[in-house]
Design a protein around this ligand. Structure first.
Ligand SMILES: [Zn+2]
Length: 426
């Protein structure tokens, strides 16, 4: 009896290893095959090289002839993406951390996109929208995700829904409604501070696929081989061979610069408590080892933002091909219609954003000078004025302090009202 129990447990464990547990579904090959970079990754590198030229063209569209600095801290920003946050609560006033969660998400996105040398930054449009709706607090089915998007969506912005839970094993998803093409990111509160999940889901918003795309199929016309030089066998996959003779740019995620990935969402794939691939046994459909890859190939990349890596803190980079896809989403892809509004120079936000609330106030030290701007939000044909900035400062008791304000050089002095909001003693 005991032996039988152990035996069946083992079978179950092996079966569960074959199940893919990743949130956003695989992109079918028929769809991937329509991408301009399918079979031709060089087109992505050429697009990246054209960024300065794209910058100039967009400046001219806004009537700006000479190049100008949009943000003092980083002159190369091209697109400032407005983000609308929705937070769901069962009754009024139950989610006071929502403002800080939204701030963490924006901070993570800006940190990771800066580090990835992408000319894209994110800002929060106005306040977090608090919605009292019991069934949206933990939406665990696709029809509920559809319902959320249908009732709470701001056009021409990136919509992020902050929820309690999304179902077992799911912490973040990017979801597209099939009927009206509206799409949004969903994040559980827990992952807003993990450093990579927001970036991963926003990667899907910019049309990136998982690095293990197509692995579950175990099909030689779909699943990416470990080798970077393996070429198509013309007979079984004739239509693929028409696109390219190289397999790595026309299987998996269709990118040769992301290594073949056997789904890193399982304990037996990774080194626990450190960032590394750990499965010495697994081989691809041609017998090549993922752990000891052939010359010119690499182990599965546990640091790629688009991997389903179990240890989320390991993810910290986009490949160049992925950077090209993100840019193409603005120049020829799903976000092309937003490209002009999102490059508007009226959106010139400071590095302390978002700081719309006392809970998200950033610290200003004694003697420190900070530049805060009051910018508009630009989405579609709308311009909204709703920027509010909070700061806080620590002082020893019994001192006397003077607060100085001044206009930015070359700008008119804004009417400034300074309110001392609260005295907090340590
Ligand atoms: Zn994903």
């Amino acid at each position: 009896m005991l032996a039988l129990t152990l035996f069946s447990t083992k079978i179950l464990a092996q079966d569960s290893l074959k199940v893919k547990q990743c949130g956003t579904p695989d992109v079918p090959m028929a769809e991937l095959q329509k991408e301009f970079y399918f079979g031709n990754n060089d087109s992505l590198y050429r697009l990246l090289a054209r960024l300065p030229q794209i910058h100039q063209t967009l400046l001219q569209q806004h009537g700006i002839i000479a190049d100008r600095v949009w943000r003092d801290d980083d002159p190369s920003i091209i697109w400032s993406v407005p983000v609308t946050f929705w937070a769901y609560i069962a009754s009024t006033g139950e989610y006071p951390a929502a403002h800080r969660n939204a701030q963490s998400v924006i901070d993570e996105l800006n940190r990771n996109f800066t580090k990835s040398r992408l000319p894209i930054r994110f800002y929060q449009v106005c306040d977090v929208n608090m919605v009292v709706n019991t069934s949206f607090v933990s939406p665990t089915t696709e029809s509920l995700w559809d319902a959320v998007i249908n009732s709470h969506h701001r056009e021409a912005t990136l919509n992020i829904h902050l929820v309690n839970s999304l179902g077992i094993g799911l912490n973040g998803i990017w979801h597209m409604r099939q009927d009206n093409r509206k799409n949004a990111v969903f994040l559980t509160r827990a992952v807003t501070t993990d450093g990579s999940t927001s970036t991963h889901e926003v990667g899907h918003f910019f049309e990136l696929k998982h690095t293990d795309n197509g692995y579950a199929q175990r099909d030689e016309c779909i699943t990416e081989p470990v080798s970077r030089t393996r070429t198509w066998n013309i007979l079984p996959c004739f239509s693929k061979w028409l696109n390219s003779n190289l397999m790595c740019n026309s299987t998996g995620d269709a990118l040769c610069d992301t290594p073949a990935d056997p789904c890193l969402g399982f304990f037996d794939m990774i080194l626990l408590n450190e960032c590394g691939f750990g499965n010495k046994k697994i081989r691809d459909l041609y017998g090549d080892s993922y752990y000891y890859p052939p010359a010119g190939a690499s182990q599965p990349d546990v640091s790629n933002f688009m991997s389903n890596m179990l240890e989320r803190s390991c993810r910290n980079k986009f490949s160049d091909g992925q950077r090209g896809i993100i840019v193409s989403s603005f120049t020829s892809g799903r976000n092309v219609s937003n490209s002009a509004a999102w490059s508007s120079p009226v959106v010139r936000f400071d590095t302390y954003e978002p700081d719309h609330r006392p809970q998200t106030a950033r610290r200003i030290a004694i003697e420190e000078k900070q530049l805060h701007t009051f910018h508009k939000a630009s989405f579609g044909n709308f311009l909204t004025d709703c920027d509010v900035d909070y700061v806080y400062f620590d002082v020893p008791l019994w001192g006397r302090y003077t607060v100085f304000t001044s206009a930015e050089i070359g700008k008119t002095h804004a009417n400034t009202i300074i309110r001392l909001m609260a005295l907090r003693t340590a």
